[in-house]
Design a binder for this molecule. Structure first.
Ligand SMILES: [Zn+2]
Length: 250
């Protein structure tokens, strides 16, 4: 695990890539006195690692915000008790698809991340923006008007190579819209839930453009197209192209 200090009281715990995958997972942690706010939890192992590291300084996790409700973002909640959980009201839709019903109660949020609503935690202001695309319940989080956490709407490997967007066909148009909306944050630092922080406006715009090109090719063709056809005119080599077949699995 690589612990990166983003600024005072703001850390990224970046975990190594999973075997045979091209990505690891990121947990972002904000600190206020002896309390922590986590953005996403990854799986139990990663949450335990973060809890242990925070305990060294007597810091306890008090709040969790979920960027969306896929297993690699929520499962660590099992390791946390007495925490306030924030997430999209569409989280239930995602749980219905991927999580056994008898486990839903472990992940349901106490507070909904209403569009444009703001919470404060110590010196941090966090604003929630609905960003359905990668999933129905995806949100972006603006932190101190400098950072934009994008969950899985932009993903890279841990060395910064782009990952193919992961999306179901019914959400491709939403994903394009979510990416279009990101353009206005090109001067922010983009925090993905998998991969590296993007800090350069040109790189951010190129990352958005290539993903939109791929998604547009899917929409324009209406019927199934191969990954090579869908990648036409993309100016980068996406990793994890096997996700392309999942687009049509509905
Ligand atoms: Zn993910």
């Amino acid at each position: 695990m690589n612990k990166i200090q983003i600024e005072d009281n703001f850390f990224l715990y970046q975990f190594p890539e999973f075997p045979k995958m091209h990505f690891g997972v990121n947990l972002y942690v904000l600190i206020h006195q002896n309390e922590a706010l986590l953005i996403d939890t990854a799986f139990e192992t990663e949450t335990k690692t973060v809890i242990k590291d925070l305990e060294k300084n007597n810091i306890k996790v008090k709040k969790v915000i979920l960027s969306h409700f896929h297993g690699d973002h929520i499962t660590g909640l099992r390791e946390l008790s007495d925490v306030e959980v924030y997430g999209s009201k569409n989280g239930q839709k995602t749980l219905d698809k991927y999580t056994p019903r008898d486990e839903h109660h472990l992940y349901l949020p106490h507070f909904y991340t209403e569009d444009f609503s703001v919470i404060h935690f110590g010196e941090f202001e966090l604003q929630f923006i609905a960003a359905p695309g990668h999933s129905d319940c995806s949100i972006n989080i603006i932190i101190n008007r400098q950072y934009l956490l994008v969950g899985d709407n932009i993903m890279t490997s841990n060395d910064g190579t782009p990952l193919l967007p992961s999306v179901l066909y019914s959400n491709v148009k939403n994903h394009i819209l979510a990416l279009e909306k990101l353009k206005k944050y090109k001067n922010y630092k983009i925090l993905p839930a998998h991969g590296i922080i993007l800090r350069d406006a040109d790189i951010i715009l190129t990352s958005i453009k290539n993903r939109i090109t791929y998604l547009n090719n899917i929409i324009v063709n209406r019927e199934y197209i191969t990954v090579d056809e869908a990648l036409k005119n993309c100016q980068c080599n996406f990793l994890h192209q096997q996700w392309h077949e999942d687009v049509y699995k509905e």
